[in-house]
Design a protein around this ligand. Structure first.
Ligand code: DGL
Length: 277
């Protein structure tokens, strides 16, 4: 177990591993701790209060493991909990610590992907209801039209290992039809849930050639590289021993390891994280 100062990466379950995978590719030298709150996932349909409480408990656990910087690699937690954590909780806990989300870095660049300046955002119910992407994308790209579609069945299908099964095609088609029906000019679909890259093959197979589907892992990773360049006061507190640790709040660690390997793209061995509620 590392005694260093790792970067903490958090998601409700496995989805954040698609972001961690990109971060690790772009910044391989740092130490990392990944925490998946699989015992309480999915978060997507939960209330604001529950998502904030669960996320803050997990953030505190990562602080207790020495992380000075935590990435909420979960759109739902970024939409529903990040602001309260940044503006209230951190002030009481330790203002020197940093917690970052995935929505702002994605919104900062997504407008550049679209020729027509019409973008569809696919996310969980929580992310869509928060309207965070509508607000953030309009801040950076005021001329861009943004459409949203909640895809509440995708995360449960993915978490239950159905992401590559034929039955899932029906639900992929259903939500894609719903968002594309909102405008014939959409040329870019943002996968605004860190689980959805596992459906990328099926999504691409269904989309016409002129519509692209964009996962956010590489975008978030690039933004973190930039953040660390700009914030040397944080960067210099981080240790670089090239270690990666994985933790789950679920007792079934073997099950976590099996699923997590698919998201991370490499074998992993997890430990149990006891979260104080
Ligand atoms: N992976 C999370 C996200 O990016 C959501 C999964 C969940 O519903 O817990 O929104």
């Amino acid at each position: 177990m590392s005694t260093g100062k790792p970067i903490g990466i958090f998601d409700s379950g496995y989805g954040g591993l698609t972001v961690f995978r990109s971060i690790f590719q772009q910044l391989p030298d740092y130490d990392y701790i990944y925490l998946g709150d699989t015992a309480r996932a999915p978060y997507g349909n939960r209330s604001f209060e529950s998502i904030h409480q669960y996320t803050w408990e997990c953030v505190q656990w990562l602080f207790s493991k020495g992380c000075p910087l935590i990435i909420l690699a979960c759109n739902t937690a970024s939409a529903k909990a990040l602001r309260t954590i940044q503006q209230q909780d951190l002030k009481n806990e330790d203002p020197s610590k940093r917690v970052l989300g995935v929505i702002r870095p994605t919104a900062e660049v997504i407008g550049d992907y679209s020729q027509t300046k019409e973008i569809g955002v696919l996310g969980t119910k929580g992310t869509v209801q928060s309207e965070s992407y509508l607000i953030e994308i309009h801040n950076f790209f005021p001329e861009t039209k943004v459409y949203q579609q909640a895809c509440p069945l995708w995360v449960p299908l993915i978490e239950n290992g159905e992401y590559d099964k034929p039955g899932t095609d029906y639900f992929v088609k259903q939500y894609l039809d719903q968002i594309l029906a909102q405008s014939p000019n959409i040329d870019t679909l943002l996968l605004a849930c860190t689980h959805y890259p596992l459906l990328l093959q099926k999504i691409k197979a269904y989309l016409p050639d002129h519509i692209q589907a964009i996962p956010q892992g590489d975008i978030v990773a690039k933004s973190l590289v930039d953040y660390l360049h700009r914030h040397t006061e944080i960067e210099k507190t981080l240790t670089k021993n090239n270690t990666q640790q994985f933790f789950t709040t679920s007792f079934d660690m073997a099950d976590f390891d099996h699923h997590a390997a698919l998201f991370f793209g490499a074998e992993i061995k997890s430990g149990f994280a006891e979260i104080k509620c």
